[in-house]
Write a protein that binds this ligand. Structure first.
Ligand SMILES: Cc1cc2nc3c(=O)[nH]c(=O)nc-3n(C[C@H](O)[C@H](O)[C@H](O)COP(=O)(O)OP(=O)(O)OC[C@H]3O[C@@H](n4cnc5c(N)ncnc54)[C@H](O)[C@@H]3O)c2cc1C
Length: 449
């Protein structure tokens, strides 16, 4: 019942766009005390102040204030990456579309805008993004800073369409970096270490429609023997599993209707076509999920699993996610499958996705086509944290890299070894932020350590 009540309340908050303690800098110049949590409410920010600039000038002014600063996006990370020992600067009011350029095929947005805030407008003007995460509720800058991704064997993460950024540096200057700039690929997936992005220019393409088909109970042996065919069977494919009964519980296949679409039939490698819309966590209503059953719809209403204005995922949860090179995916999944009796009691659902390689120094997909094994956990902090070292050690032979915005316990020294460009990233962070204005506990532990 408690969870039901939480889901209902949070859905209302999200639907109404109400996020309690955001205070615009203009209307309340006073310091705002912050007993304030992330979206999942598993982490209470320790920052002493939260300020919400109404425009880029105010953002520049706030950054030069004394003390540590840190951008706060839509608060969807599960760890302390967005926290600050002193001040958080919310980008909630930097939420405008600046322009959509059909000639250059770009759109420029303010950094705090959420994908779900502009997707309909972009579609109505005839354009689309290449991909979205499982939810449209997250800010563009927050997603890019952590290498957030959707699924698709040929699709890079959500930072890959970034063509240029405007960054307010720790000194309060507004600078522009594009793909030609030598620092660009270090700064975009920047973990909040370089300053605060004010605006972002993204590649766009002509709009397209997507149909979504779901299959149930894929035999584990089919996943093992046909992994690449299954993950390539659509533009974007996700596997959901509770690790039980030697089965993958659900296969979600999203296919563009402007490309050839074969009839997948009722039997997909031994999985059966679903007969109604489903939520990946079967106990939760599919009303929160994007339309399935092969009904075509605009890209922004099919590529995410969850609808804007509705509770995404489970709500009362924790998340961890681990990237492995695509060639090692089946072995990595089977290694974890052997640990199902330990994993299952803490689990709401696992999702397996593919992401194409990219060039961002701290992207977990840097120069590596990847598969992610994601865990939506019950909100059992102690038990989940006790499990993580086992999962990470099972995946260590595959060079596992954790999602920066979720819960992990990989030793910083090991983490650094797994990022070829880590020394360059560290040097660049020190160059941009010599006084450590944007340092926080997370960066001290995982980057500066
Ligand atoms: C229900 C749910 C589903 C999710 N699904 C996915 C998924 O499908 N795929 C995936 O990869 N992840 C997923 N995530 C994780 C999450 O979306 C990302 O980690 C993302 O960072 C969240 O963006 P945010 O705006 O909430 O960032 P925040 O948590 O607010 O901030 C994250 C980091 O970004 C920095 N940042 C924010 N704004 C700026 C800015 N303007 N300039 C500079 N730095 C900035 C912050 O300082 C911080 O370091 C999910 C999370 C939840 C809760």
């Amino acid at each position: 019942m408690k969870r039901k009540k939480f889901i209902k309340t949070s859905s209302l908050l999200l639907a109404g766009g109400v996020i309690a303690p955001y205070v615009a800098c203009k209307s309340d110049p006073e310091t705002e005390a912050v007993p304030f949590t992330n979206w999942a409410r598993n982490y209470s920010y320790r920052a002493k102040n939260l300020r919400t600039p109404a425009n880029v000038d105010e953002l520049q002014a706030l950054i030069t204030n004394p003390g540590h600063q840190k951008a706060l996006g839509s608060r969807h990370c599960f760890n302390d990456i967005a926290d600050s020992p002193d001040n958080q600067i919310s980008t909630a009011l930097l939420n405008q579309v600046v322009n959509i350029d059909g000639i250059q095929k770009t759109m420029t947005v303010e950094s705090g805008i959420r994908y779900g805030d502009f997707a309909r407008q972009l579609d109505q003007q005839g354009y689309a993004l290449h991909n979205l995460a499982s939810l449209p509720h997250i800010s563009v800058a927050g997603a890019c800073a952590t290498g957030t991704h959707g699924s698709g064997v040929t699709l890079g993460n959500l930072a890959t369409p970034v063509r240029a950024i405007e960054l307010v540096t720790p000194q309060g200057e507004l600078i522009k970096l594009d793909r030609e700039h030598p620092d660009f690929y270090g700064v975009v997936v920047g973990l909040g270490a370089f300053g605060i992005l004010a605006r972002i220019t993204l590649d766009i393409e002509n709009t397209y429609q997507v149909r979504q088909d779901v299959f149930q109970d894929l035999p584990l042996a089919s996943m093992q023997n046909h992994f690449n065919e299954i993950m390539s069977s659509g533009y974007s494919v996700s596997l959901f599993t509770d690790w039980l009964n030697q089965k993958v519980s659900q296969v979600w296949i999203k296919r563009r209707t402007d490309r050839p679409v074969d009839d997948l039939g009722n039997d997909f490698y031994g999985a059966q076509a679903a007969t109604r819309n489903l939520h990946p966590i079967v106990e939760i209503t599919a009303e929160n999920c994007t339309e399935q059953m092969g009904v075509p719809g605009p890209w922004y209403l099919r590529l995410p699993h969850f609808k804007m204005g509705f509770m995404p995922s489970g709500g009362e949860e924790l998340q961890s996610e681990f990237y492995v090179p695509r060639d090692n995916a089946v072995d990595a999944i089977l290694a974890l499958e052997k640990k199902r009796d330990l994993i299952h009691p803490q689990l709401l659902i696992t999702e397996i996705r593919t992401i194409a390689a990219d060039d961002f120094w701290m992207s977990p997909c840097y120069h590596q086509d990847s598969v992610t094994i994601h865990f939506t956990w019950k909100q059992h902090d102690k038990e989940v944290r006790a499990l993580l070292p086992m999962i990470e050690s099972e995946l260590a032979p595959f060079g596992v890299r954790p999602h920066w915005g979720k819960i992990f316990s990989v030793e910083p020294a090991l983490l650094h070894q797994r990022y070829e460009r880590f020394p360059d990233f560290l040097a660049l962070a020190k160059k941009y932020d010599p006084e450590g204005k944007f340092r926080n506990h997370y960066l001290d532990l995982n980057v500066y350590a």
